[in-house]
Write a protein that binds this ligand. Structure first.
Ligand SMILES: [Zn+2]
Length: 104
């Protein structure tokens, strides 16, 4: 009984691992490392992979009151709590900003 459950659980873990690898492939990250992360910590790893991707690709804007950079879809500033109008100017997502080389 236990062994069949164990095998089923292993298959589920493998599915999470593959899903994590696919997400990594889309992002252009290391498939092997994300596969291992998703396999070892299936739920957390996959959620992190997806969340990471969404966060990096999201348009941002600056709070007019405190200057904090928040997500474009945020209706209320997370720092000062002021209500935010839909902005005229959006800040490029982090993924786009990272493509421009910054030399120091
Ligand atoms: Zn603010």
């Amino acid at each position: 009984m236990f062994s069949s459950y164990g095998a089923a659980f292993l298959v589920i873990l493998l599915c999470f691992g593959i899903a994590g690898g696919v997400v990594a492939k889309i992002k252009g990250d290391s498939v092997i490392s994300w596969f291992l992360i998703s396999f070892c910590v299936p739920f957390i790893g996959l959620a992190t992979a997806i969340f990471y991707r969404v966060e990096k690709g999201e348009l941002r804007r600056q709070c007019p009151d405190c200057g904090r950079v928040v997500k474009l879809y945020d209706a209320v500033c997370m720092r000062c709590g002021s209500e935010l109008e839909f902005p005229d100017v959006a800040i490029a997502p982090e993924s786009a900003a990272q493509r421009s080389p910054v030399k120091r």
